[in-house]
Design a protein around this ligand. Structure first.
Ligand code: ASP
Length: 403
């Protein structure tokens, strides 16, 4: 009797205690014992790979099963519409916060020099965002872990299966079992999360901890504006929207999401975090899987409040360093293109840095600016990914409430 009680206790506390501990020990080891920390890198890669392994089957099954559970295709359309409205409004608010606070706070009086080196060569056009949604070969998209085209295919396929009426029930019955099996694997991977997170953080800090502090000092006002903006959005705006619509304490919900937020911070990838987010939202917060299975995968790739906010602050910062004054028209352009750049960013580490070219090109800012903010991006990426995941999860709760 006593033994089973202890087992339950360990099971309950293992992740909520293990994940913050993994983070703290990771930072400590990375900073004070960098050689040892580097030798732990493989533990992080192991964790990251295990999560990535599960993304595509999980996304496909949860989207198709979502359609199977909803049954009524009109209801699906309603969910889709509300999801779209939620994504658009919250992303726009995030950009407005980024722009407003940056204009209010400014960048102090330090002006780091623009670096000579060229930014990454990849340059995105706005139309690419839409073209990238259509898979030219579904297996290729699956093999490359490209979530958005897989979502488009799964929506179409799920819809086509549902159209078969009664006969589709047989297919969905099998799909439901497969989904449960995949979720079992997610639970298994989660047991490794604290150690994986420790490995990811420790090795990252060991790689350039010293240099990072120097760069952070040089870019402190830019980093401050991004972080303050993210905190206002994540701890004030999103919880307030949740409270107004769901009518529950948002901080209890955020606590239930703790493991997902910790994973988002340590992996810097919304897509890799997706299995964990789905687990927290469905199993801890008890959001219906027909909603979570639809809103979360889509959100992990297109709804990025944190990225949108960061893009706007970064653009204003680059203009400031390059001595380019921004008028009202430029601000509107930054607002629109930051939103698009966030939609276009994949849920992978530092994707926002690549789509940043959309904003810079539209406003006429030097692309070299990207090289300027590159050095501390790995850190800000983790912060914005955490807010991206929070935005998706709050969206799932809201859409579940109103549909
Ligand atoms: N790493 C972010 C994410 O996965 C995307 C970005 O680079 O902003 O959500």
């Amino acid at each position: 009797m006593k033994y089973t009680k202890m087992k339950d206790w360990i099971r309950k506390l293992y992740l909520p205690v293990g994940i913050p501990l993994g983070l703290i020990i990771g930072i400590f080891l990375g900073y004070y014992f960098p050689d040892f920390a580097l030798s732990l890198k493989w533990l992080g890669i192991f964790f990251m790979k295990s999560l990535k392994m599960i993304i595509i089957p999980l996304v496909m099954l949860s989207i198709m099963n979502g359609i199977g559970r909803i049954g009524n295709l009109q209801k699906l359309g309603k969910k889709g519409l509300f999801t779209f409205i939620y994504y658009t409004i919250t992303t726009a608010i995030a950009v407005i916060i980024g722009i407003t606070f940056t204009l209010l706070l400014g960048f102090g009086d330090t002006k780091p020099p623009l670096k000579e080196q060229k930014p990454k060569e990849v340059q995105l056009q706005i139309t690419d965002i839409f073209l990238n949604m259509i898979p030219s070969n579904i297996f290729e998209s699956m093999a490359n872990n490209e979530v958005l085209p897989v979502i488009v295919f799964s929506l179409l396929f799920g819809w086509a299966i549902a159209l078969q009426g009664k006969r589709s029930e047989q297919v969905f019955r099998i799909f439901f079992i497969l989904e449960e099996a995949i979720i079992k694997i997610v639970h298994l991977i989660l047991w490794f999360a604290p150690i994986g997170i420790l490995g990811l953080i420790a090795s990252r800090i060991a790689e350039d901890g010293e240099q990072f502090i120097q760069e952070l000092f040089l870019l402190q006002y830019y980093a401050r504006n991004v972080i303050i903006g993210l905190m206002i959005h994540g701890l004030l705006v999103l919880p307030l929207i949740y409270f107004i619509i769901v009518r529950k304490n948002p901080f209890i919900y955020i606590k239930q999401l703790g493991i997902a937020l910790g994973t988002a911070f340590s992996t810097a990838s919304s897509s890799a975090t997706l299995p964990v987010t789905m687990d927290c939202v469905e199993n801890k917060a008890k959001i219906r899987s027909e909603t979570a299975g639809f809103v979360l995968p889509l959100g992990a790739t297109v709804n990025m409040d944190g990225t949108a906010l960061y893009e706007s602050v970064a653009a204003i910062f680059i203009a400031y360093v390059a001595n380019i004054p921004l008028d009202f028209y430029s601000m509107i352009l930054i607002f629109l293109t930051s939103t698009l750049a966030a939609i276009g960013a994949a849920g992978i580490p530092e994707a926002g840095l690549v789509t940043m070219t959309i904003v810079l090109k539209a406003v006429g800012l030097p692309l070299e600016g990207i090289a300027l903010i590159l050095s501390i991006d790995w850190f800000l990426d983790r912060c914005r990914t955490t807010i991206n995941v929070l935005g998706d999860a709050i969206g799932a709760a809201i859409i579940d409430k109103i549909t």
